[in-house]
Structure formats: C-alpha cells, structure tokens
Design a binder for this molecule. Structure first.
Ligand SMILES: NC(=O)c1ccc[n+]([C@@H]2O[C@H](COP(=O)([O-])OP(=O)(O)OC[C@H]3O[C@@H](n4cnc5c(N)ncnc54)[C@H](OP(=O)(O)O)[C@@H]3O)[C@@H](O)[C@H]2O)c1
Length: 226
C-alpha cells in the first residue's frame, strides 16, 4: 500500500461508526492522511476503499503504534477499556475524546450514564496512560451537523475543545481545521462538561445549534473562556 506523506503529525481514528467515518471523511476532504481502525477490520478496509489513497486501514495495535494523534470514536465505556488495555502503547500519544457519556433511556431519548456533575473528559483524564495527552474534541455536534457544516465557505462553523496540556493546542486546532471547522478552546479538561451532550456549548444542550466564530466572539465571549 502506498504511504501518503505529510509533514503533519500522523492522525488515526479508531471506531468506524457514525462519528468515526464522518471524521475520516472530513479529514480526506481536508486533504489530511488518516489511519483508520475498528475491531472489525473489514469496516476499516471498506472505508479506505470508498475514500481512497489518503486513508490507510490498520488493526488497532498497529494504529496505536503508528499514529501520533488518536481519535477514539467509540463509546465512553469502550474508551475506558481501551485506555486500560493499551496503557503502555499509548504513552506519549495525543488522545482525542469525542465521547458523550450517554445511553438510551426508556422514553426514546438519552440519559447520562455518569453523575450529573461529572464529565467523560474528567473521568478519562483521571485514568490516562502515563505521558499521554488528552483533548476533548470533535464531539460537540451531532453527526449530521459534523458532516453538513464542515468546510462551509462563507461562515465557518465552530468546534469547541478542552485540554489541560496547552502544548497540544496547535495539533488539536489543526485537526479541527482539517475537519473543516474553526477551533475554539473553552479551557481545561474541567470544562469538558460544557461541551458534552446536555452542556451549555453542545448542539444537544443549551447551545442547540452550530455557531460561527463571529457568533462566538459577539455573543459568547468573554464568559466562554475560563
Ligand atoms: N453519533 C453522534 O451524533 C455523536 C456525536 C458526538 C459524539 N459522539 C460520540 O462518538 C462515539 C461513537 O459514537 P457513534 O455514534 O459513532 O457510535 P457507533 O455508530 O455505534 O460506532 C461505534 C463504532 O465503534 C466500534 N467499536 C466499539 N467498541 C470498539 C472497541 N473497543 N474498539 C474499536 N472499535 C470499537 C463499533 O464497532 P461494532 O460494530 O463492532 O460495535 C462501531 O463501529 C460515542 O462516544 C459518542 O458519544 C457521537
């Protein structure tokens, strides 16, 4: 398989479901090579076949070894398991968590599966492998908006992120731009609850929609940034 050269850090997406395939598709539109993986290898190879040479399918262990930035596009409990299972291999990697800690309720909606005042970001931060760096990102919009609002020419839509490690801001912001969005850092991981489902800056929370950088500046700034 042809290796696509890029001078940017190597990015991978693990989990070829709704969000993972949308992120990989956006990255290809942004001309960024991406490694894709799933526990079912055929999902990764199928997407690579569909999206072309910028996409390289690998199994999960090889993906973790190869990539610098790893987007874990899987459910919250599966992320916890994966961080535990690959604790050694994930050392020093940038881990991107788009998860929302929710599950279907019995009324056709969703409920939080962690405490009301807890966030997935903070819980994952507390079990992070040594020297791994965590950003909460790419999860502030539902999958439909993540696909439809990417690469808008006139008014670029925003994706919010949080991280405690400001040395990775540039990497996360480039990743968001390569997905077709404008990055806005909300603060440290302790602000993650705001950008997860039901939070005040989530499409399925008080914000209720996609916003542009101009709207963020005019309406949400300065109380947005902690
Ligand atoms: N959908 C949205 O609108 C949305 C928006 C923002 C954030 N998110 C977050 O994104 C994450 C994924 O959501 P989704 O809607 O994309 O879910 P999904 O469509 O169910 O996809 C999850 C994918 O991950 C795979 N997977 C599960 N466990 C795995 C593991 N341990 N290792 C590797 N792959 C694994 C699944 O494969 P199998 O087929 O084998 O189960 C499936 O392909 C969740 O945390 C969710 O909260 C979703």
């Amino acid at each position: 398989m042809t290796q696509i050269k890029s001078n940017k850090p190597k990015v991978a997406v693990i989990g070829m479901g709704n969000i993972g395939t949308t992120i990989a598709t956006n990255l290809v539109k942004g001309n960024r090579p991406v490694i894709v993986a799933d526990r079912k290898m055929e999902k990764a190879t199928g997407l690579a076949k569909k999206l072309g040479a910028l996409v390289q399918p690998m199994d999960i262990p090889a993906t973790i070894k190869e990539a610098d930035i790893i987007v874990l596009a899987i459910w919250f409990d599966a992320i916890k398991e994966l961080l535990h299972k690959y604790a050694t291999e994930l050392q020093g990697k940038i881990i991107v968590d788009p998860s929302n800690p929710i599950a279907p309720d019995d009324k056709g909606g969703f409920k939080k599966i962690i405490g009301e005042n807890e966030s997935a970001g903070e819980i994952l931060s507390s079990i992070l492998p040594t020297k791994a760096k965590l950003a909460k990102a790419l999860g502030t919009l539902g999958v439909a908006s993540l696909a439809a609002a990417a690469f808008r020419h006139a008014e670029t839509a925003v994706l919010f992120y949080t991280t405690d490690d400001t040395s990775i801001n540039e990497d996360i912001e480039q990743l968001i731009r390569d997905n077709g969005f404008e990055p806005v850092r909300v603060g440290g991981i302790n602000q993650s609850i705001r950008i997860e489902v039901f939070g005040d800056l989530h499409e399925f929370g008080a914000l209720g929609k996609t916003v542009t950088a101009a709207e963020v500046k005019e309406k949400l700034h300065p109380q947005l940034f902690i």
